[in-house]
Design a protein around this ligand. Structure first.
Ligand code: NAP
Ligand code: SF4
Length: 673
């Protein structure tokens, strides 16, 4: 008897039965653009082998103007079709099924050639779109239908027509972007015409024995979005026009409400999908921030959807479904929804991978094989670098001993887990703990390893991490100055008025910790209120008319940095705005271009820009978040003895250190020993 009877139940679609209720949602990994078809096929085949019911590919452009960026991949030639056939063959060989997403980006296309129902520029694009005329509209419909037909030719089991997130089909639906007065605009019947015509023509092009998913925007989260009645009307019409499944889309890309970041509560939007249940007779898929089989099972058991879409969790662990089905759900590497190695990479033009699993999309390059000759390996430091090295090396058959001077594992991850909105880090540490046990790593907590301890090991890995940088600002007697570690780890008391020196990732985290009296991520109602999300039946697009209602800040906080740039500019590409908005809502003041004079019992004395006179920023507590330096004492002692340890993580390089680099380095070094 499985723990996940709903999740693992087959789904009968008439002409085909999916083996379970798990869909791997579409992600743009950048792999298709590499044209390395071995690697692409390997990536999807690994997920099929892992047991997922249906895979949806990254979005494929139906034509040049509809590509997310110039040169975006699509099925444009016989060669493209043959290449995609290699992918579908590889997935089918593993017993999997795969659908291709057809994505017309509309005005979100990062190109001067972009098109839209009306010439209304998006706030997140520099390119004003060209308004489509009748012939242009017909061309877009025909091109989408052709892409679907070619997908069938390439051996796909279906297509997903992207109708949400503010892309072209979605743009036709709402007056925000559709100002037309012809038969494609005005009344809702007219605005619906384009997506419906697309669905009819796609169905006609692919025949009846082919899966056609429509990704419907259930809650736009932008002004002048759809009402829920309109969503219902569209859903029913889509069923009639030939859709086999409806998948949920939450929020446009330009929405200023987080929808998938780690600070979004788990399964935060399944209540929106649930509103559709019973109104259509085709299966309905829900998505967003579902990352464990337990959460997915509960959502299905509560009747909130017929199927679950998860995307990033399949980067973190391709074997998600297999492990759940075999009773090893606790071994699933958790996606912590950080976006650091997936979406942030996509938006920086890099191949997506995963912070937790550096092998994601690098399966053919980062190969982990049993060790030719088992060795005894000592690892010092149980932060992300040391932990990933330990489980990888032990998994390969080495005998691994892990020393950690504190009495808990996690290192910097352990501090991150204290931050409101970063609770998932706790799950990652818990997973590492389970994996250390499973891989029989000998763990010594509260053990400060020295040269003598490390004698006799075949290999030594030093992952001793970082120590906070002392900014060397003069401090007057009586000033209450704390390091971020004293605040987050040691829980030293902090006053009502706080000055944070340093506005990097940790400065932002500490500010969030100090202003947020609670963990709204763990309380859905509170979180929805904080961000101004309401029932789309109550207000268009689900935006609360009263706006965001954040709880009052627990403290008055000022952050400061010497650089003249906007604080937080270097935070994650897809999450930085969320951190900035969260602190803005809590009234956190941010100062740039400062020169520190001294810290006094009354606060921080500084100058801003060209100020002639220093000024006092009053504060009861001053927290130093001024970066880190490598902790290399042990590495240097070992070197002095003529030993050659492998130095990884923060101990190797402290600048811009993050868990992504630490885990990647730990995994790679252990794959070679
Ligand atoms: P960081 O990002 O390098 O920031 C250090 C801050 O301290 C900067 O604001 C810097 O600004 C200031 N600073 C540096 N030297 C100083 C000095 N001598 N005197 C006064 N101020 C000084 O380091 P971090 O905040 O410790 O973060 C460490 C790593 O973890 C980073 O890679 C970060 O991206 C990552 N992280 C990311 C997040 C996130 O994305 N949310 C969260 C936590 C950590 P000025 O030089 O302009 O004064
Ligand atoms: Fe999830 Fe972060 Fe990995 Fe992306 S990088 S898949 S968000 S854990």
């Amino acid at each position: 008897m499985t723990d996940y009877p709903h999740l693992l139940a087959p789904l009968d679609l008439g002409h085909v039965t999916l083996k379970n209720r798990v869909l791997m949602g579409s992600m743009h990994t950048g792999l298709e653009e590499t044209k390395d078809w071995n690697r692409i096929a390997g990536f999807y085949a690994a997920r099929a082998r892992g047991g997922v019911g249906l895979i949806v590919t990254g979005g494929m452009a139906p034509n040049r103007e509809g590509g997310v960026f110039p040169g975006a991949a699509g099925l444009f030639s016989a060669e493209d079709i043959a290449n995609h056939q290699r992918v579908t063959d590889a997935v089918h060989a593993e017993g999997g099924r795969i659908a291709m997403q057809v994505l017309h980006a509309g005005r979100y296309a990062y190109s001067p050639e972009c098109v839209a129902p009306s010439p209304v520029r998006s706030p997140i694009s520099p390119f004003p779109p060209r308004e489509l005329d009748e012939a242009g509209i017909e061309k877009q419909i025909a091109d989408i239908a052709t892409a679907a037909a070619r997908a069938r030719e390439a051996g796909y089991d279906g297509v997903e027509v992207m109708g949400s997130e503010g892309y072209l089909l979605n743009e036709f639906l709402v007056t925000r972007t559709n100002r037309r007065t012809d038969r494609w605009g005005g009344s809702y019947e007219n605005r619906m015409r384009f997506p419906l015509e697309v669905m009819r023509r796609v169905r006609a092009a692919v025949g009846n024995d082919f899966i056609v998913i429509y990704r419907i925007s259930m809650i736009d989260l932008v002004p002048d979005g759809s009402t829920f009645d309109e969503v219902l009307q569209l859903a029913r019409a889509m069923e009639e026009a030939g859709a086999s499944i409806l998948n949920t889309g939450i929020g446009w890309h330009e929405a200023r409400i987080p929808t998938i970041a780690t600070s979004v509560p788990r399964a935060a939007f399944t209540w929106v999908t649930e509103k559709l249940m019973g109104h259509v007779s085709i299966p309905v898929i829900t998505s967003n921030r579902i990352n464990t089989p337990e959460v997915a099972e509960t959502v299905l058991a509560e009747g909130k959807a017929d199927m679950i879409s998860m995307a990033r969790p399949f980067l973190a662990d391709p074997d998600f479904v297999k492990k759940a089905a075999e009773g090893h759900g606790d071994q699933i590497a958790p996606c912590i929804a950080c976006n650091q190695a997936c979406l942030d990479h996509t938006f920086s033009g890099k191949i997506s991978t995963c912070l937790v699993n550096p092998r994601a999309a690098f399966e053919t390059e980062l190969v982990i094989e049993p060790a030719a000759e088992p060795k005894s390996i000592a690892i010092v430091g149980a932060g992300p670098a040391g932990l990933s090295a330990a489980i990888t090396a032990a998994g390969r058959g080495h005998r691994v001993t892990l020393f950690e001077k504190s009495n808990r594992i996690g290192g910097q991850l352990d501090m991150a887990a204290e931050i409101p909105g970063k609770e998932e880090f706790r799950e990652l540490i818990a997973w590492y703990r389970r994996m250390l046990k499973r891989e029989e790593v000998e763990l010594h907590l509260g053990h400060k390893a020295d040269v003598d301890t490390l004698e006799g090991f075949d290999e030594i890995i030093v992952a001793t991490g970082v120590r906070p940088r002392n900014p060397r600002i003069p401090v007057q007697k009586g000033a209450n100055v704390l390091s971020y570690q004293q605040v987050l780890r040691e829980k030293h008391p902090v006053g009502r008025r706080v000055a944070i020196i340093g506005a990097g990732g940790i400065g932002f985290d500490v500010a969030a910790f100090l202003v947020e009296p609670d963990h709204p991520t763990l309380h859905l109602e509170e979180w929805l209120r904080e961000w101004g999300v309401t029932d789309p039946e109550r207000a268009r697009g689900g935006l609360a008319p009263e706006g965001p209602q954040p709880a009052p800040p627990a403290r008055q906080v000022v952050m400061m940095q010497r650089k003249a740039e906007k604080p937080g500019r270097r935070l994650g590409k897809t999450t930085g705005w969320i951190h900035r908005a969260t602190l803005r809502m809590k009234g956190v003041e941010m100062l740039s271009g400062v020169t520190y004079e001294r810290i006094t019992p009354q606060g921080v004395v500084l100058r801003i820009g060209e100020d002639a006179e220093p000024r006092l920023v009053p504060a009861d507590t001053i927290v130093l978040c001024t970066g880190q330096e490598s902790e290399r004492t042990l590495a240097e002692s070992l070197a002095a003895e003529g030993l050659q340890p492998h130095v990884i993580g923060g101990a190797d390089q402290a600048a811009e250190l993050d868990a992504k680099r630490a885990i990647d380095q730990g995994t790679r070094i252990a794959s070679k020993l």
